[in-house]
Design a binder for this molecule. Structure first.
Ligand code: MN
Ligand code: MN
Length: 464
């Protein structure tokens, strides 16, 4: 092949390079340093409430203050507003007026898990259990025979809220959902994966010692007594509790080269952290920057803390009011990165993805022009012009990125918060970190992709 010919190929063909062939040692160091901070964030974010609390702590250190209606807002003012402890909006006021639009990154803080039912506690054959009802899309067989921790709150009638965290500390006990031994599993083995473990069968083992007092449910009585001693709660208080069983697994470096991170909740806390770190790095942006950490994405963005909620509109309207700007005029000129993960191509399961269009590990931030299923149904499908604009932004800012598609045509699919932002007349696109084993108790991401997603968010926040 002549040299001229290969130059022509270079000029005409679209080719992707592994991110490690594009970064130098200095940037590799930045990727790995960023990963250390992210691991810390993830380890302290097992529920949406914990994520929001940790995010507020980081934001306050960087000069963000709680938004109070009517407060003076100047270019460079950094504010945040928490929504009932389960969602958060942060903003840095820009120098341009709000009717010229704002730059938004919206990620979600909720993660698939096993929520306790409202009447969860029972005893069977002198063992005590909690009943659970799973939240979000889980593969049930992945949740048995692994250590689980209990995180959440119990709201008492008098208005106080009791925080409960059991299983996070190394000295804490953990919990488990038992699985069948292979010796007796021949019938279960014949069932499809989706049926072998049932939702109603996901019962958490929480104790085994009977109370000395004679009568029924002696183990339950003993366990309830311990809970009462430590937290001052009774069984009735579970009625107004939000308690979740989550994997009791630490976030760990993964691989001999430590290039990957294994942990629970990368979807979507890895994008929460990227968007959060990016807005914390801003000083005086041209356009107002807004970072949304929304709840309830995994169950359709419903509820008062989900992206469908007008809590978002209410906050932005407050900002608009301070400048005499109509909310709708602000939205019309705004842009939004729906900061969410996508599936990375997995060589163990090549059949579900189409290689030319699948996101690859270490190839950078992944942009999904569309998601959805069965002919892009339920998808935002961003415009060509918006993708073109992003190409320019990323090129100018040295962001390594790739185009991505969620699986083969008609293989399945999914949605994000993107369509709910687009409904508000905000130009929106999905972008985030490729993940392996998404929605499992131990997901995998690459450090390079995490850092590039942060860099991508920052470049969008700085867009004039
Ligand atoms: Mn998800
Ligand atoms: Mn997600």
């Amino acid at each position: 092949m002549s040299e001229k010919k290969s130059e022509r190929r270079e000029a005409l063909f679209y080719s992707q390079k592994n991110g490690y062939d594009l970064i130098d040692e200095k940037e590799k160091k930045l990727c790995y340093e960023y990963a250390e901070e992210y691991k810390d964030f993830l380890d302290n974010s097992r529920t949406e409430r914990e994520t929001i609390n940790y995010a507020i702590k980081l934001a306050e250190k960087r000069g963000f203050v709680p938004y109070v209606r009517g407060m003076e807002l100047r270019p460079g003012t950094k504010i945040y507003k928490a929504n009932r402890g389960k969602a958060l909006i942060l903003a840095v006021i820009g120098s341009k007026p709000l009717d010229e639009g704002i730059n938004i990154a919206a990620a979600h803080v909720d993660v698939p898990r096993l929520d306790l039912k409202q009447v969860p506690m029972y005893e069977d054959t002198e063992l005590c259990y909690f009943k659970t009802h799973y939240y979000g899309g889980i593969r049930k067989y992945q949740w048995v025979a692994i250590p689980l921790a209990l995180h959440g709150v119990v709201a008492l009638k008098n208005g106080t809220v009791v925080d409960i965290v059991i299983g996070k500390d190394k000295n804490d006990p953990v919990f488990v959902i038992t699985d069948l031994l292979p010796h007796l599993a021949s019938e279960q083995n014949k069932k499809p994966l989706s049926e072998a473990i049932t939702g109603e069968g996901l019962n958490l083992l929480i104790g085994s010692v009977p109370d000395p007092e004679e009568g029924s449910d002696r183990v339950k009585l003993a366990v309830m007594s311990l809970l009462n001693e430590k937290y001052g709660i009774t069984e009735e208080d579970f009625l107004s509790a939000e308690l979740s069983a989550v994997p009791a697994l630490d976030t760990r470096d993964l691989g001999i080269d430590r290039s990957l991170i294994g942990g629970y909740g990368h979807d979507d806390r890895v994008c929460c952290f990227a968007a959060l770190k990016a807005i914390l790095a801003l000083k005086k942006p041209s356009r107002t920057a807004v970072c949304v950490l929304a709840d309830k994405e995994e169950i359709g963005s419903e509820g008062v803390s989900g992206m469908k909620s007008e809590a978002f509109d209410c906050f932005i309207e407050d900002l608009c009011d301070s400048q005499g700007v109509a909310l709708r005029h602000c939205f019309e000129n705004s842009l939004c990165i729906s900061a969410d993960v996508c599936n990375g191509f997995d060589p163990n399961y090549p059949d579900v993805s189409e290689k030319r269009n699948a996101a690859k590990i270490n190839y950078g931030m992944a942009i999904c022009k569309y998601t959805g299923s069965r002919g892009k149904s339920g998808s935002n499908d961003a415009s060509a012009e918006f993708v073109g604009r992003l190409r320019r932004i990323f090129e100018e800012n040295g962001v390594i990125w790739q185009m991505a598609e969620l699986g083969k045509v008609d293989q399945g699919g999914g949605g994000t918060v993107a369509m709910f932002m687009a409904q508000r007349n905000i130009e929106t696109i999905d972008a985030g970190v490729p993940v392996l084993s998404m929605h499992s108790p131990f997901e995998t991401v690459a450090k390079l992709d995490c850092y590039m997603t942060y860099k991508g968010m920052l470049s969008v926040f700085k867009e004039k």
